[in-house]
Design a protein around this ligand. Structure first.
Ligand code: AHM
Ligand code: MG
Length: 301
């Protein structure tokens, strides 16, 4: 359904700011609001989940008792990269699934949504790009499906994806260079081949996490959204952006950290908690962590 809305984004009244009115005086809906409602309605009535939490909702959304709450918890970003919607660049939906943590069969609570990433039982994302692609894992490898619009079904394209240990690409918003610590500046200098041409990588930054992650998963590379002087915790959200992608990365033989700690081991303290994210090919993530740790330690003393 979301893929359908995204494909018709220029034709139906879904572009533009939420709250705006179209020429008929009807209220226009922003596409990320529509995507959020679509997931909430579709999943909330399945009897599978007891609570949902979304980037678009301040508080968790419990499934009421009359809708038979299930034993799973869904955390999701309904439309990631939504600043790219109006300019026709790939965007996506990211999801994380846990078993409920609280006892009973009633509606789930905030406690169910505040579980540590390593306890996810499934995670994945959908990209609305040149085709619509679903990538997911239930802890037994990473599998990729492409939506065949002629039959309305997802078809398995890649089974058990493994990401290259060393990547070709680095992905970071370099316009924040002046806000980074010396460690990240050095990393990017190295990736430009300033010190050693052998270490040069190609720069690729779409500005849609799902799309940047997906390219690096298949081709190898490292995505970085570090903390900086303006965003001391980074920008991305732990529970429904970093954790699900970290689960996928690890299942594909890659790695995800906040620069110091494994993402999947970070104990959440807030539902919408932000975290720095360094994710992708194992040796590239290790290189970033090691360089940042060494350079920043030397800079502080
Ligand atoms: P969103 O969930 O509001 O769309 O924000 C997350 C997006 C990511 O997709 C992307 O990696 C990042 O924001 C880009 O941010 P920036 O413009 O600061 O580089
Ligand atoms: Mg997002």
């Amino acid at each position: 359904m979301i893929s359908g809305y995204v494909r018709r984004a220029g034709l139906v009244d879904v572009l533009g700011a939420f709250g705006a009115r179209n020429v008929q005086g009807e209220e226009q809906q922003k596409l990320d609001v529509i995507a959020n409602e679509t997931v909430k309605q579709a999943i909330g009535f399945t009897g599978r989940v007891c609570v949902m939490a979304s980037e678009e909702e301040g508080d968790p959304v419990p499934v009421p008792a009359e809708r038979n709450p299930g034993k799973y918890v869904l955390l999701y970003d309904p439309l990631d990269g939504s600043s790219n919607i109006d300019v026709n660049v790939s965007i996506g939906t990211i999801f994380s699934i846990h078993k409920r943590a609280t006892p009973g069969n009633g509606p789930g609570t905030l406690a169910d949504c505040m579980q540590v990433g390593r306890d996810q039982i499934a995670a994945g994302y959908v990209i609305y790009g040149s085709s619509t692609v679903l990538v997911y894992s239930v802890g037994h490898g990473v599998h990729l499906f492409t939506l065949d619009p002629t039959i309305g079904e997802f078809r398995l394209l890649n089974h058990d994806i493994q990401t290259p240990p060393v990547g070709k690409f680095y992905s970071v918003n370099e316009s924040y260079y002046q806000r980074w610590t010396e460690g990240y500046r050095r990393v990017v200098q190295m990736f430009k081949g300033v010190e050693d041409p052998q270490q040069r990588k190609n720069a690729r930054y779409i500005g849609s996490l799902v799309a940047d992650f997906h390219r690096n998963l298949l081709a190898g590379g490292v995505f970085m959204y570090p903390a900086d002087s303006k965003s001391p915790k980074g920008k991305l959200r732990l529970q429904y952006e970093a954790n699900p992608l970290a689960f996928i990365a690890e299942q594909a033989g890659g790695k995800a950290t906040d620069g110091a700690r494994r993402i999947l081991d970070i104990e959440p303290e807030e539902l919408h908690q932000r975290t720095p994210l360094i994710i992708g090919s194992t040796s590239d993530v290790d290189f970033v962590m090691q360089t940042v740790t060494e350079v920043d330690a030397a800079t502080v003393t």
